[in-house]
Design a protein around this ligand. Structure first.
Ligand code: ARG
Length: 377
């Protein structure tokens, strides 16, 4: 029997995947790690709280069902999260938050690293319990195959002291001055990471230092995964002043090809690892929608355009309106599937974010044979 959980990179032929659900979704709470804003609203306009409307939920669910449909048509087994009441508050000894968020973006919470499932620590209070809708599936996989590993990363306190709250009020000039420090709204004291800051390349995991992943989080990943033969390689995108989740910035599509974001180049010198190992970095075209025209409750940038999902090394799903990117992908010899997905944007992501792949064919390969790596021990 082949492994029930087996996914080593972002592009091998897809066999089984979880597609998120907007059921029970709430507006993300304002908290030290997040200050959501209505797009183009007057300063000070409060962000809504509590459950999203039935219409908002239905529209997103329809598009998520469309994604599931395309994946099934390609022979992929599609699974969905269990229902969860996100309107419940969270109260721990260290904090309290009025409601939770949603199960639209499993990518942010869950990651498959080979035959192991890792639940991220998460970085925001409203997402503290976001692993719950996936636990039934995790138990199913874990029970089905003794080779399945399952790790939950240590939960941080998410107490006030974990956050640098002034961060949200720094003027642009200060952000610019600080852009090489890579200090954001979380401090370095506790282990913090969201799963979506990691991009899987076989033996190597590329991890972005961000608002949602700190250096202690990266250190934890190293200590946990290096003994298993992985290499953890931090990357930085100094021109992204609000970095969170790597999949709108740096998107590998097959061995040798990474889609890159022209507004967010790698920190100088970090491109060498890729170039020395024959990876081509290809800038994506300008998105078809400007930042000002993104859906009003969407907290992500226009670069959701490049958040494509690989069904295999020559097959990708791309948002319906992103014609320039579709043309580029076709030129690069991909078969491109297009679906509408814009109503999902206000739930934190697009096609890659809204999924968590648990099984792809393939094994662990070394895509970076030409590199020095200093393991911790
Ligand atoms: N911060 C990214 C941007 O605005 C959005 C990332 C979404 N990714 C995700 N996995 N939820 O460009």
């Amino acid at each position: 029997m082949s492994e029930v959980v087996n996914s080593w990179n972002e592009w091998d032929p897809l066999e089984e995947i979880i597609v998120g659900s907007a059921d029970g979704a709430n507006f993300e709470p304002t908290e030290p790690g997040n200050r959501p804003q209505i797009r183009n609203a007057a300063p000070g306009t409060p962000f809504p709280t509590g459950p999203k409307s039935a219409e908002q939920v239905d529209r997103a669910n329809e598009e998520l069902a469309g994604l599931a449909e395309v994946l099934r048509s390609q022979g992929v087994r599609v699974r969905r999260p269990a229902p969860h009441d996100f309107s419940q508050p969270v109260r721990t000894p260290d904090f309290e938050v009025a409601n939770q968020y949603c199960a639209v973006c499993p990518r942010d919470v869950m990651i498959t690293v080979g035959n192991e499932i890792i639940e991220a620590t998460m970085s925001r209070r409203g997402r503290y319990f976001e692993f719950e809708p996936y636990r039934e599936l995790v138990y199913e996989y874990w029970n089905a195959d003794p080779r399945v590993g399952w790790t939950t990363a240590p939960k941080p306190s998410m107490a006030n002291k974990m956050y640098r709250e002034g961060f949200w009020d720094w003027p642009l000039a200060e952000r610019h001055a600080r852009m090489h420090e890579f200090e954001f709204c979380i401090t370095q004291d506790e282990v913090v990471f969201d799963a979506a800051d990691i991009s899987r390349f076989g033996r190597d995991l590329i991890v972005q230092e961000s608002m949602t992943t700190n250096r202690a989080g990266i250190h934890w990943l190293r200590r946990h995964l290096e003994p298993k033969g992985f290499r953890i390689r931090p990357v930085h995108f100094p021109l992204d002043f609000f970095p969170s989740h790597i999949d709108c910035t740096f998107v590998p599509l097959r061995p040798g090809l990474i889609l890159t974001n022209p507004d967010r180049p790698l920190r100088e010198g970090e491109e060498k690892l890729f170039l020395a190992n024959d990876w081509e970095l290809v800038d994506v075209p300008e998105p078809t929608t400007g930042n000002d025209d993104m859906p009003e409750y969407c907290q992500s940038s226009k670069w959701l355009s490049m958040n494509v999902l690989s069904i295999g090394p020559n097959k990708v799903v791309c948002e319906e309106r992103e014609k320039p990117l579709q043309d580029l992908l076709a030129k690069l010899d991909f078969e491109v599937f297009t679906i509408p997905f814009r109503h999902v944007f206000e739930y934190g992501g697009s096609l890659h974010c809204a999924t968590w792949d648990v099984r792809r064919t393939g094994t662990r390969e070394d895509y970076f044979p030409n590199s020095d790596y200093q393991p911790l021990v």
